[in-house]
Design a protein. Structure first.
Length: 267
């Protein structure tokens, strides 16, 4: 049975490791904890497309023992020493490279890259035992939505092979307009997302995502779209399947409306 794919709003920085932040994000945490319960079986591995990694080619983390990338600033000292000790999988990296190459897209491996917080923060909540192989896959510079949808299509066979595909970003990401200023634009953009992903036909869904800049408050919600592009990959890998909202919150980060989505049915 094919596993569903997910686009998750991953929260802020190393939030699972900071007590006050974790309490503030309890709704998000509950949604992430529930995802493993939604699956028909435990995945064999996770392929994580993080908003926090971009390369000139779609790049696979190939280290069997990945390190950590502390890609944030201004947090308590202990958050620069946390570890998410999940193993990597050079075998999965090779498999994904083969699929991407067969689709005519540029790809390469990176044997040095470690887990960034777009991967380890949500995974620390979803799979705290860290016993499942995890491979990260980068976005491609240029952030072309059609190209990232094509990437998702190339990855689709992995779903039948027991690989859980997760696009990790944030449905609203404007660091200069968090708090009360975020309420109106994030709500408008979220309404568009809900309509585009859930209420539209699959053909219309793809067309809307390619032209996402036409959405209400699009460039306020995403001045730079790296936190939206993982959604395109998740959709592409389950292009003709039903979407469901698996997380929705109207006051995260002091006023942000944010959502996460699943693509594909569950048992």
């Amino acid at each position: 049975m094919n596993l569903p794919t997910y686009f998750i709003s991953h929260g802020g920085g190393p939030w699972p490791y900071i007590e006050d932040m974790r309490k503030a994000m309890h709704v998000l945490e509950t949604s992430l904890v529930d995802i493993p319960q939604q699956l028909p079986h435990k995945p064999k591995a996770i392929l994580m497309i993080s908003a926090h990694w971009e390369e000139s080619s779609f790049t696979l983390m190939s280290n069997p023992r990945p390190g950590m990338v502390y890609d944030y600033g201004g947090f308590p000292e202990h958050t620069y020493h946390v570890r998410y000790p999940a193993p990597g999988s050079p075998e999965l990296a090779d498999r994904v490279i083969g699929l991407i190459r067969a689709a005519g897209l540029p790809t390469q491996a990176d044997g040095q890259r470690g887990f960034d917080h777009g991967a380890f923060a949500p995974l620390a909540v979803m799979y705290p035992e860290a016993d499942m192989p995890v491979v990260q896959l980068s976005l491609r510079t240029g952030l072309d939505p059609a190209e990232h949808l094509a990437l998702g299509r190339a990855l689709a066979p992995l779903r039948a092979e027991g690989v859980l595909i997760i696009g990790s970003g944030l449905s609203y990401h404007n660091l200069r307009r968090f708090g009360p200023l975020a309420k109106e634009p994030s709500s408008s953009f979220d309404d568009w997302l809900q309509d585009s992903l859930i209420a539209s036909s699959t053909t219309e869904r793809v067309a809307r995502l390619i032209h996402w800049e036409d959405a209400p408050a699009a460039r306020v919600a995403h001045p730079r779209e790296e936190h939206l592009l993982p959604l395109m990959v998740a959709v592409g890998a389950a292009e003709d399947e039903v979407a469901s909202c698996v997380y929705h919150e109207e006051n995260i980060f002091g006023g942000v409306v944010a959502s996460s989505f699943r693509f594909g049915t569950i048992a």
